[in-house]
Design a protein around this ligand. Structure first.
Ligand code: PMP
Length: 407
């Protein structure tokens, strides 16, 4: 097959491959980045879909405009104002087919082959994949307990990357959140650079501990950045509805690129989602999700404290869906993964979240497992970790401690 050169360097999503292994219901999986299906509002969606078809059937089943369903865009604009006092005009919001499409569109309109893109280390692998397709050359800035290392960020921005891609709240994969000072400093550094900030915020509303902090957009003009959001983690990922908010110049180009990609995001899905949002209390729904995830996160941290060897470091996220672990340097998470599958427990080894081959970290998802399975799974994983850590490097005394505190 004479495939494009563009596809040659791009790996299939490592996680989708792992998810195939974990289809087996006997395996306790902390691998997928899946919201809990127990909290999908299926009945409310059934009512919304029936109402839309009965009342607006022809419009819901017809082609529609690329920018998205205006009342849905108004809902998003209003919510930014109510939650954060942010003024984001409706015509600066483009509805996308999940925020993943926002990544694809941004890469498409911003990047030529070989262009530098700055990402967090570790970084979201879906973004690494999307940018790789357009030939990105990656630069990285480390994450620490308070967010991106701003000294490194300042340094990397001198190389004038086209985009700095960041997930400042409850990052995938690390669960780390930028504190307010780091957000302000990031905004200041971007302001002084000619790099566009791409702020990806699918988890921002899922805070179950600590103090709320606004998106970086609160400190930076819309012309210097694009802010992405998504209904995947607060309503349903299957609806495939997200958005990208940015100033008029970039917006115009993104709309053109989206026209060529898919004409528009399913108008049926947009109308059903909007109807759902009109007829139900989204904040009450999010409160239920946060309560469940917060409990699961606490259980996982507690089980880790009891079952994991001390050398394994971890983050303690204040929201979102993920917790990140780090093994002593030189110990491979893939080796742990092989043992874990034998014991019927799964996670994602850290390798695909790095562009430099780092292999001693791993991601655990806590949103999609019941409390009983969290306890049992972490116990099994603890056994695997103890086996690997009592292996050759431990015996030789050559296992170095993890490098980055808090990550
Ligand atoms: N960005 C991040 C950081 C994510 O974790 C995800 C989902 N795994 C996405 C974007 C894509 O989300 P969606 O397309 O469902 O909005």
């Amino acid at each position: 097959m004479r495939l494009s050169a563009r596809m040659s360097g791009v790996r299939r999503s490592y996680i989708r491959e792992i998810l195939k292994v974990t289809q087996n219901p006997e395996i306790i999986s902390f691998a997928g980045g899946l919201p809990s299906p127990d909290h999908f509002p299926a009945e409310a969606f059934a009512r919304a879909a029936a109402d839309v078809l009965r009342e607006n059937g022809p419009q819901a089943l017809q082609y529609s405009i690329t920018e998205g369903h205006p009342p849905l865009r108004e809902f998003i604009s209003r919510r930014y104002k109510e939650k954060w006092g942010l003024d984001i005009p409706v015509d600066e919001i483009l509805i996308t087919t999940g925020s993943q499409q926002g990544l694809d569109l941004m890469a498409k309109v911003m990047l030529d082959v070989g262009d530098d893109v700055l990402i967090e280390r570790p970084g979201y692998l879906g973004a690494i994949q999307a940018f790789s397709l357009f030939g990105a050359n990656f630069l990285t800035a480390d994450l620490g307990p308070h967010g991106v290392d701003t000294a490194q960020l300042a340094q990397r921005l001198k190389d004038r990357p086209k985009i700095f891609y960041a997930v400042p709240s409850f990052q995938n994969p690390s669960g780390i959140t930028y504190d307010a000072a780091t957000r302000r400093e990031t905004a200041r550094l971007i302001e002084d650079s000619d790099t566009i900030l791409l702020e990806d915020n699918p988890y921002g509303e899922l805070r179950f501990k600590g103090e709320a902090v606004p998106p970086i957009r609160a400190y930076l003009d819309g012309s210097r950045m694009a802010l992405m959001g998504s209904f995947s983690k607060i309503a349903s990922p299957g609806m495939r509805i997200g958005w990208i908010a940015t100033g008029p110049e970039l917006m115009h180009t993104l709309v053109t690129a989206k026209q060529a990609s898919d004409l528009h995001t399913s108008i049926f899905a947009q109308r059903v989602l909007h109807r759902f949002l009109e007829d139900n209390d989204l904040d009450a729904h999010i409160a239920v999700i946060k309560k469940a995830y917060g409990e699961r996160r606490d259980l996982m941290v507690d089980a880790i404290i009891r079952h994991f060897p001390e050398e394994v470091r971890r983050t303690e996220p204040e929201g979102g869906m993920f917790l990140w672990g780090e093994l002593p340097r030189g110990v491979s998470a893939q080796e742990v993964f092989a043992k874990a599958i034998e014991r019927k427990v799964a996670f994602v080894p850290g390798l695909p979240f790095y562009v430099d081959g780092t292999d001693n970290a791993f991601r655990l998802n806590f949103s999609n497992s019941t409390p009983e399975r969290i306890e049992e799974g972490i116990k099994r994983l603890g056994t695997c970790l103890k086996e690997v850590l009592s292996g050759p490097c431990r015996a030789a005394g050559t296992c170095a401690p993890a490098a980055d505190p808090g990550v």
